[in-house]
Design a protein around this ligand. Structure first.
Ligand code: ZN
Length: 187
């Protein structure tokens, strides 16, 4: 990882892992893909090796990211999906031409076109977003309980009562704050 850039918050769901490249949206927002190369890095660790990325393509990716975030937030709170966001997600999905291929080991890989790798990768992410927004996948969209985060995440826990986008960051911070509050009060 190149020095000087914030690390990634990787989750197991591609679409919400992607929206987590911008964190603390309600606090001190932190952009984790500030330059095209960082988007390339994120895509590589997410199984989408695009090779390169331009400034314009980074802008396209961020537009998709914010559209997924807006739609997922609406879905999590039971509101109507924003029309503009749905249009962007559908556009990106329709333009992607990635092929899912099976390795001899039985794993899925994405084959991206040599001249359209970035667009194909965004198509895969958009299709993943459609999966979770449409209820095609087992789980429920929810918002992180942290007031400075409020990230949308996909809750696949049995009880559907997960509160944090990420236990290691938002969940842990909450636990520590509670510990400090408890210990500050003298009996
Ligand atoms: Zn969070």
């Amino acid at each position: 990882m190149p020095a000087g850039f914030p690390d990634f918050r990787l989750g197991s769901v591609l679409a919400t892992s992607f929206t987590a490249t911008l964190t603390e949206r309600r606090g001190d927002a932190l952009e984790r893909i500030p330059v095209p190369q960082r988007l390339v890095d994120w895509l590589v660790v997410s199984g989408l090796d695009v090779g390169s990325c331009t400034d314009d393509q980074l802008a396209l990716a961020r537009e998709l990211r914010e559209s997924i975030h807006a739609a997922a937030t609406a879905a999590a709170t039971g509101e109507a999906l924003p029309v503009a966001a749905v249009r962007v997600i559908n556009d990106r999905s329709a333009r992607g031409r990635a092929a899912a291929v099976l390795t001899p080991e039985g794993e899925r890989r994405w084959r991206l076109g040599p001249d359209s790798a970035l667009e194909d990768a965004l198509g895969v992410i958009a299709a993943d977003a459609i999966d979770i927004l449409s209820g095609e996948r087992d789980g429920k969209l929810a918002l992180c309980a942290s007031p400075t985060c409020r990230a949308a995440f996909f809750d696949t826990s049995q009880s559907r009562t997960r509160r944090w986008c990420d236990m290691g960051t938002c969940g842990n911070r909450h636990k520590k704050a509670r510990f400090h509050r408890k210990n500050a009060v003298s009996p």
